[in-house]
Ligand binder design. Structure first.
Ligand SMILES: Nc1ncnc2c1ncn2[C@@H]1O[C@H](COP(=O)(O)OP(=O)(O)OP(=O)(O)O)[C@@H](O)[C@H]1O
Ligand SMILES: [Mg+2]
Length: 158
């Protein structure tokens, strides 16, 4: 495990960081995205989809009614969950989302993972976004071995 901090200046930077991360993901990765409303979580997912060469990366939205969206067609399939609207802790299996837990060939990305039932799923990568004012965000990544090279690639963010 390693930790990496980066300031993201403007949404272009969040998109670029997401794309960098996407290029470094492997099947079975589970990404937890923490941060308050408007922190840039969905923007980061959009960048990530671009990095995974999904043709529809710009269409990624905060799912308003469905909590789950599956995207096929890129280098890896992506299961995108946004649990914001849930009021009780979610048991993914009880929600019929067993496939999300069990599919080793896709990547799972979860916004508001605080809403997961404890022990329901554990992340291989956690990102915490913080608001630093109008034009920038703080980003802390804690991740599995093999992602350290991301640190050397941050020139794409400026
Ligand atoms: N690094 C950044 N600096 C400034 N603005 C940013 C940055 N990253 C994203 N934004 C902007 O922040 C706004 C909110 O982004 P986004 O919808 O991705 O947040 P979110 O965390 O998914 O919010 P929610 O919890 O409501 O779903 C957007 O206008 C986006 O362009
Ligand atoms: Mg969102």
């Amino acid at each position: 495990m390693f930790t990496f901090d980066q300031r993201l200046i403007g949404d272009e930077s969040t998109l670029a960081f997401g794309a960098l991360l996407g290029r470094n993901l492997r099947s079975g990765d589970r990404l937890f995205l923490h941060g308050p409303l408007g922190a840039g979580k969905t923007t980061l997912v959009r960048g990530l989809m671009h990095g995974l060469e999904h043709p529809d990366s710009r269409e990624v939205a905060s799912p308003t009614f469905a909590i789950h969206h599956r995207y096929d067609g890129g280098r890896l399939s992506v299961d995108h969950l946004d649990l914001y609207r849930l009021t009780a802790p979610v048991d993914l299996a009880a929600e019929g989302l067993d496939t999300v837990i069990d599919d080793p060939s896709s990547v799972v990305v979860i916004e508001w993972p605080e809403r997961l039932q404890i022990g329901s799923l554990s992340p291989t990568i956690s990102i915490h976004l913080t608001l630093l004012g109008e034009g920038s965000r703080g980003m802390r990544l804690t991740g599995r071995d093999g992602l350290e090279s991301i640190r050397q690639s941050t020139s794409v963010l400026r």
